[in-house]
Design a protein around this ligand. Structure first.
Ligand SMILES: *Cc1c(COP(=O)(O)O)cnc(C)c1O
Length: 428
């Protein structure tokens, strides 16, 4: 290694030494390469790493079941009956909502459907759903099938909004302009908090306001936003939101998802909603009476008794967020992402393009990269990285997404990544 490289490697290590959150890395299992050393894991936006305390938390519930049987619903350290009440507080803090506006249930796409059953009510001319073009496929399928459920035609009712020009960043004015012109036809605006491919963080409040001004409702898919960027759903005025917990929330593959219903809808008697016994008021849940008496707030949307083994990891994860604090995590995220960006600009400027917005307020920790030599070169680079134990992810057609997660990534990881890419592209 030459002197300049050596010096910049020292600088990366120095940044890690000054990182007040560096100890949190020890709370996570970092997967290993074949030689036993730790991977450079940049895939927390796809599957967050396992907190070390998760295993014991799951085993605790298995032990409670072993020792208490059915009584575990009422007894033990964390009675299963009220398990959601333990998650509600810390989860609502992460998204800037009130506890009764939040529940943990089902999976993301299922929650999206449940929300659209309530919040997509096409009527007369007002029957369109606005989504971004290149939205996550599951969201698009969900929207399309909801439109069909109303015997409507997706060709007419599904509107996809694209950025102006050839860019990847979509300015909110495009949504505002559409709504100003055709707002009376729009029933629902469904938008991502952070776009999964580009990493763009949208202005939730602005989008919700323009939807409301047009007389439409507004929901968000926060899969890539929760645990990544600070959120304030209460102030944003959003009607509903859904998110998964296995990405930045580190709760494990297919973990139980989150759902937010703005309190102004929580008590609504006119909303359509699919019911199950767990959505009834806790006081009356076991009276086994035929009439549905809804729980207050978001809990009324819960159908079934909670899958405790799958929820225990969420409890662990939320405790870690509480200890570290979202503000501190986000500060580190801004610094580390900017560091990675700056290294890419200085070392790889002639071979890699970053399509993620450059302003820190317009993104989370993910940078989406494009190899200028084309898709095949990008794919080859990705495969070589993987083989070397460096784990970003690949999104068709040509994106390599890299997410330095403040909980467990280091500045040094970013430095090693850039220098590895440089070597693989033959730049050194
Ligand atoms: C990750 C992700 C999903 C995944 O949906 P599941 O129902 O959890 O399988 C859906 N939508 C978006 C935007 C995502 O980022």
């Amino acid at each position: 290694m030459n002197d300049i490289l050596e010096q910049s490697h020292d600088e990366a290590r120095e940044l890690d030494r000054h990182d007040a959150l560096s100890d949190f890395r020890e709370h996570f299992w970092i997967p290993k390469k074949t030689d036993g050393s730790k991977q450079l894991y940049f895939c927390g936006n796809s599957l967050g790493l396992q907190p070390k305390a998760v295993k014991a938390a799951v085993l605790d519930e298995l032990t409670a079941w072993q020792e208490l049987g059915v009584e575990g619903h009422f007894r033990g350290q964390r009675p299963w009956l009220s398990y959601n009440d333990q998650l509600r507080g810390p989860m609502s803090e992460l998204i800037g909502a009130k506890p009764h506006e939040v529940v943990v249930m089902n999976s993301l796409t299922v929650n999206l459907h449940l929300m659209m059953i309530s919040f997509y009510q096409p009527q007369g001319k007002r029957k369109k759903i606005l989504i971004e073009h290149q939205s996550f496929p599951s969201d698009r399928y969900a929207v399309e099938s909801q439109i069909r459920m109303h015997n409507l035609d997706p060709n007419e009712c599904l509107v996809e909004i694209a950025p102006r020009g050839n860019g990847h960043t979509l300015d909110e004015t495009v949504i505002e302009d559409y709504l100003a012109e055709h707002g009376e036809q729009v029933a629902l605006v469904l938008w991502p908090g952070v776009q999964y491919a580009s990493g763009q963080f949208f202005d939730l409040q602005r989008i919700a306001q323009s939807a409301h001004k047009a007389g439409a409702l507004c929901g968000f898919d926060l899969a890539h936003a929760v645990g990544n960027v600070p959120l304030n759903l209460c102030d944003s005025g959003v009607d509903f939101a859904v998110w998964c917990t296995y990405k930045y929330l580190n709760a494990g593959m297919g973990a139980v998802a989150g759902c937010f219903v703005n309190e102004r809808h929580g008590e609504s008697e006119s909303l359509k909603r699919l019911h199950g016994w767990w959505g009834t008021a806790p006081e009356s849940r076991f009276l086994m009476e035929p009439d549905f008496v809804p729980a207050s707030g978001a809990e009324a949307w819960v159908m079934s008794n909670p899958p405790i083994l799958a929820m225990a990891p969420i409890r662990v994860s939320l405790e870690l967020f509480k200890q570290a604090g979202m503000t501190a995590l986000h500060e580190k995220s801004i610094a580390m992402t900017a560091y990675l960006e700056q290294l890419i600009h200085s070392e790889l400027n002639d071979s890699i393009e970053i399509i993620t917005p450059a302003q820190p307020g317009r993104r989370g920790c993910q940078l989406s990269l494009r190899v200028l030599a084309g898709r095949d070169a990008g794919r080859a680079l990705f495969e070589q990285l993987e083989k070397a134990g460096t784990i970003p992810d690949w999104r068709e057609p040509d994106l390599i997404r890299v997410a330095p997660v403040p909980f467990y990534n280091r500045f040094e990881d970013c430095w090693l990544f850039v220098n590895q890419v440089k070597t693989l592209l033959g730049k050194t």
